[in-house]
Design a protein around this ligand. Structure first.
Ligand code: SAH
Length: 494
């Protein structure tokens, strides 16, 4: 069966829905959205449908279906659970040449309801003619992820300017080229940034024939910790539209694989030791490509604003008049905590969390070690494994208990993830014993003991040996200490 696609204007038109269950409710919701005058015929209604009746948004007929109701109707939906009733309604509607949709019955239906992607003015409908609805739904989900919600505003802007665009560009070719710039250029970017007035002004300016800014933009995108499932939809869209991708070494191959195939990929990997030179090079590359009108994605591991030098890059772009957007990413601390089963805060064990880096000597000297040594707070330390010894000795010097639990997460969220646990006293020794290497994140604090019981991803944590544990209980895998009693009690209950 080949269907003819059609978008119907149902505003203020009478539609009859027979049935008052969950399916009928879904149909009514969509019909109300289109402005239809809905009457529901069913002895009983879902609470939601009842609420709409009470608010006067729909009419309700509880009595048995009557053929005469079809006289004033434009469209019928049969959504009862009884096939014979549905078939009768379909037949009566057919006799009156009324289009009818019988829920889950392609045979009896004379119209089908497509899977829909809704962006205000813009509606994308997908149909498999009722034959493969799951496939249509899958496709809808995919498109849903690709299409930014600001597309609705873009469509509205284009609609408003349309008469003037026609006047200004009577030739179809010139008109098309204006629209192409409108939909792909700075106007669309401004709408994504929630700057509607500026977007309108830019569109007007282009219409007035003033030379449009040709400069491209830079989108700073947080790629997350490695698992491609942790990339945001916005990040994915930016990767889909990029001409050039400048990415860190830390960005996983799986995330890069999601980018537009013909985008130019440039690794601007930072190796410890030559940060400064590399950062200047990155600035130069961003400027060069954006000035040439390209859409540049600056793709960073984790989040661009957490130990990612995103701030410096924006300052540079601002100074050079290049437009930018920032798409946050899931930072290593959040990802490693989640994937190691360590809640960073916990009502019973930690009331705050601090993100810090031990990457450079300077930060070691400026950190407030006395404050970091307080109990009942979690430290998430971004660092090279080489800095563990300095961290350990300073925390101990300032009075953090040697029995404070830690979880050291290597390659968090990736297939190779390893988690090493122990106590602050054992930190350096255990990291060395398991040859932990970069990228690794240290979670230190009472909550880290929970990794022993809450871990769910990858291999179980490499806990202390039986000898280390003593009688403290296998689940905790750490030595018990006064201030950890709460954690251990929780673990024993678990
Ligand atoms: N902007 C990044 C951090 C960059 S600093 C973010 O928000 O995550 C680099 C440090 O991040 C690494 O040395 C390591 O400590 C940590 N890191 C990044 N990805 C990691 C991962 N998948 N597993 C463990 N640590 C990670």
């Amino acid at each position: 069966m080949k269907l003819y696609p059609l978008f119907a204007d149902l505003s203020r038109r009478a539609v009859l829905v027979v049935g008052g269950g969950a399916v009928a409710e879904r149909k009514v919701a969509a019909l109300l959205d289109a402005g239809a005058q809905v009457t529901v015929n069913a002895p009983q209604l879902t609470p939601m449908l009842r609420g709409w009746v009470e608010q006067g948004r729909i009419a309700h007929r509880p009595e048995a279906f009557r053929e005469s109701w079809l006289d004033r109707i434009w469209l019928v939906v049969a959504a009862t659970s009884d096939r014979a009733t549905n078939a009768l309604i379909a037949e009566l509607a057919g006799l009156r040449r009324l289009f009818v949709n019988v829920v889950d019955d392609a045979q009896l239906s004379t119209f089908h309801v497509p899977a829909v992607i809704d962006r205000a003015l813009l509606t994308i409908a997908i149909s498999s003619g009722g034959q493969a609805p799951m496939l249509a739904r899958l496709l809808r989900e995919r498109l849903e992820t690709l299409l930014d919600h600001s597309l609705g505003a873009l469509a509205a802007l284009a609609a408003r300017l349309r008469p003037r665009i026609r006047l200004r560009f009577p030739q179809p070719a010139a008109r098309r080229s204006y629209y192409e710039r409108l939909f792909a250029g700075p106007v669309a970017a401004l709408l994504r940034q929630g700057r509607e007035a500026e977007a309108r002004a830019a569109a007007e300016q282009a219409l007035a024939g003033e030379p449009a800014a040709t400069a491209g933009t830079v989108v700073l995108v947080g790629a997350g910790p490695g698992d491609p499932g942790l990339l945001t939809l916005r990040g994915l869209r930016a990767l889909n539209e990029a001409d050039v991708i400048l990415h860190d070494r830390l960005v996983s191959a799986e995330v890069l694989a999601l980018a537009r195939r013909d985008a130019e990929r440039i690794e601007v990997g930072k190796q410890a030791g030559n940060h400064h030179a590399t950062q200047e090079q990155i600035h130069r590359l961003m400027l060069e490509h954006a000035s040439a009108g390209r859409r540049v994605v600056r793709l960073k591991g984790g989040d661009p604003f957490v130990f990612g030098r995103g701030g410096e890059e924006l300052e540079f772009l601002r100074a050079h008049g290049i437009g930018y957007e920032v798409v946050p990413g899931i930072t290593a601390a959040l990802a490693c905590a989640a994937y190691a089963g360590v809640p960073l805060t916990h009502r019973d064990h930690a009331q705050s969390v601090r993100l810090l880096t031990g990457h450079c000597q300077a930060s070691h000297d400026t950190l407030d070690w006395a404050a970091l040594a307080h109990e009942r707070q979690t430290l998430a330390v971004y660092m090279g494994v080489g800095e563990l010894a300095g961290l350990q000795s300073r925390l101990l010097e300032h009075g953090r208990s040697p029995s404070t639990p830690f979880a050291l997460v290597e390659n968090g969220s990736r297939a190779e993830q390893r988690v090493v646990t122990g106590t602050l006293a054992q930190l350096v020794e255990r990291a060395a014993a398991h040859a932990v290497h970069s990228p690794a994140l240290l979670i230190l604090g009472e909550v880290a003991a929970l990794a022993g019981s809450l871990a769910w991803f990858g291999a179980p944590p490499l806990g202390a040996t039986v000898h280390d544990i003593g009688d403290a209980g296998r689940a905790a895998r750490v030595r018990p200490a006064r201030h950890q009693d709460g954690v251990l009690a929780a673990l024993h209950q678990a």
